[in-house]
Write a protein that binds this ligand. Structure first.
Ligand code: AGP
Length: 589
């Protein structure tokens, strides 16, 4: 995680760096800092908290600098742990994790060097200084050879005050040229603009930003050709448009997003290649994290039910270390809003190396995942700013359900049409307003349960994740039938239990668990499209959902749970857009 930026050009660097950091704040907001050359000396300003705390640095005059917004891995969120880290004539910003930092720190300590922070990143600046004998590039390359782990680095050296040096290993980094300057950043939106050419660094590559040129090198210092990134520039300034929070605004977009995504995969430039892989697939493996993993679970359920193709959803961070079996004719679907999640990228890479056809389901066209994949199935959710994923989840579901329905029909099987889903979402969105009245019962809950069976269980998992993320209330998503095997012990008088009941064949079974919880004092909140469940005597309150095919019901039912998390978060005085400890894009292991 963390966002890094750098600039060398004709304009004052500080405003460019601060504007770039604002655009990268979704990567972390524990602390922020910039380093700018004023003549040959470096001015460093760092603050705990958000990028806006750095406004005082905007007036710095230098034209070369680097900046950082942090999501803490090593060392608490604090000013001393904020980047840039400086040692001797060097300063750097880092995104990633240096796995051998402890051993390297010991070496530095043995030389009598002292450290100002608890970070792994500070070790890197010491290492560069130790490798330096007058050649800036050679020092960074030599230091990089000793690093284990992941890094995107932007480095300054006061012997070369016109230069920013960059390095990349397993953490995203792009560089750009145009509008009178040279740029580097963790992610394209931070540097994209009219007339700015953008290039991606590959793993193990280095770039030097100096004067009017960017030069690219391999680890031996030999020039390598640039990898241009094609993108269409769209001024994409996220606005709340009258909503109190981005999360609420993004939820309001769900019906339109769902309408767009049901057939989105047919637009993929790689559709004919993807279609071949899909029709020939003997099994499907989905890899993803967090909310995207929950979309994967829902999709796997639909693939098996509608197409009778074996399909498993995998938590990417587990898949990558379990020596996965990837038999011939495996289709791997890597699902990721950002396309930058480190675990998802690593899992996708493994599946591909082991022979799977890799399709990326992602919202970001120019992400690392799109570069890795054989085919890109782009979700059309638009930019999602709130850390808690909402509309991107519904977009992933609709795209994946669209693929499942297509495959089912190609196999001569029936699949319900997706055409009425957007309308159902619109109705669910207005029904979801009823949960505002539920918040008082959740505010001080010791624990909250979300239960369901079949596809409803996956909705429950996502509802629970949303609640945890933005309200900080302990909560669990549970298969309704499992409650009695242990978790029932946690039910006390007034424990909120949210029952998701849309799978007709399983409704009675889910209700068994509801009865058991109710009998032990739980307060039951029903989210259902079955009038008899909504009206049942156990339900303290309920939201009646519009009807929709039960194979696809998570895309509709989840809207109520997203709204519940949102209203409880606001009632608890939290900022639902920027939950503590979390970042939008998780680019470290
Ligand atoms: C969702 O609300 C979370 N912020 C998180 O679980 C997220 O879905 C996960 O980190 C995966 O991100 P990705 O979709 O960008 O890969």
């Amino acid at each position: 995680m963390c966002g890094i930026v750098g600039y060398a050009g004709k304009d004052r660097a500080a405003p460019v760096l601060l504007d770039g950091l604002q655009k990268l704040e979704y990567r972390g907001y524990d602390s922020a800092g910039v380093a700018v050359f004023e003549g040959n000396s470096l001015r460093i300003v760092k603050k705990k908290g958000r990028v806006k705390e750095l406004e005082g640095a905007r007036s710095l005059c230098g034209r070369v600098g680097i900046g950082h917004t942090r999501w803490a891995t090593h060392g608490a969120p604090s000013e001393k742990n904020a980047h840039p880290h400086a040692y001797k004539q060097f300063a750097l910003v880092h995104n990633g994790i240096i796995e051998n930092a402890d051993a390297l720190r010991e070496e530095c300590l043995a030389r009598g060097e002292t450290f100002l922070s608890e970070t792994d990143s500070e070790v890197v600046v010491h290492l560069i200084a130790a490798c330096y004998a007058g050649d800036f590039g050679a020092a960074v390359r030599a230091a990089a050879k000793r690093l284990k782990g992941s890094y995107a680095l932007a480095v300054l050296c006061s012997d070369f005050p016109d230069t920013v040096l960059c390095a990349r290993q397993s953490s995203p980094l792009v560089v750009g040229k145009g509008r009178g300057g040279l740029f580097v950043a963790s992610d394209l939106p931070a540097i994209a603009g009219e007339g700015v050419e953008v290039f991606a660094l590959a793993d193990g590559e280095f770039a030097t930003l100096r004067g009017e040129e960017i030069s690219f090198f391999d680890g031996e210092g030999k020039p390598v050709p640039p990898h241009a990134v094609a993108y269409r520039f769209r001024e994409d300034v996220p606005e709340k448009r009258g909503y109190a929070h981005f999360m609420k605004k993004e939820m309001s977009e769900i019906p339109a997003v769902m309408a767009k995504n049901a057939a989105a995969f047919l637009e993929s430039p790689a559709f004919s290649s993807f279609r071949r892989a899909l029709l020939g697939a003997e099994r499907i493996q989905i890899v993803a994290c967090g909310t995207a993993y929950h979309a994967g679970l829902c999709a796997a359920h639909a693939f098996e039910k509608l197409c009778r193709v074996p399909c498993e959803a995998n938590i990417a961070s587990e898949y990558r270390y379990r020596d996965p079996i990837v038999p011939p004719n495996t289709l791997c679907l890597a699902v990721s809003q950002s396309g930058e999640t480190a675990d998802t990228l690593a899992a996708a890479q493994i599946a591909k190396e082991r022979g799977a056809y890799l399709a990326a389901v992602t919202n970001v066209a120019y992400s690392s995942l799109t570069r890795l994949a054989d085919a890109v199935l782009q979700t059309e959710a638009g930019r999602e700013v709130a850390v808690a994923a909402t509309k991107s989840f519904n977009a992933q579901l609709m795209l994946l359900y669209g693929v499942a329905a297509y495959l089912a029909r190609e196999k001569g099987r029936k699949a319900p049409p997706l055409g009425a889903m957007a309308k159902a979402a619109r109705l669910a969105l207005s029904a979801a307003e009823e949960v505002r009245g539920w918040t008082a019962h959740f505010l001080a809950a010791k624990s909250v349960f979300f239960v369901g069976r079949g596809a409803d269980y996956f909705t429950a998992l996502e509802g629970s994740l949303k609640l945890k993320e933005i309200t900080y209330l302990p909560s669990e998503g549970y298969p309704a039938g499992e409650l009695k095997h242990g978790a029932l012990a946690l039910i006390e008088e007034n424990t909120p239990v949210v029952a998701v009941v849309t799978q007709k064949g399983l409704a009675e079974k889910t209700m068994n668990a509801v009865h058991e919880a109710y009998a032990r004092g739980a307060k039951i909140f029903a989210v259902t499209d079955l009038p008899e469940v909504a009206a049942c005597k156990e339900a303290f309150a309920s939201v009646l959902l519009p009807p929709c095919p039960e194979e696809y019901s998570p895309a509709v039912a989840v809207i109520v749970l997203q709204a519940l998390a949102y209203y409880v978060s606001v009632a608890r005085g939290n900022d639902p857009d920027k939950p503590r400890n979390l970042a939008k894009s998780v680019t470290v292991e």
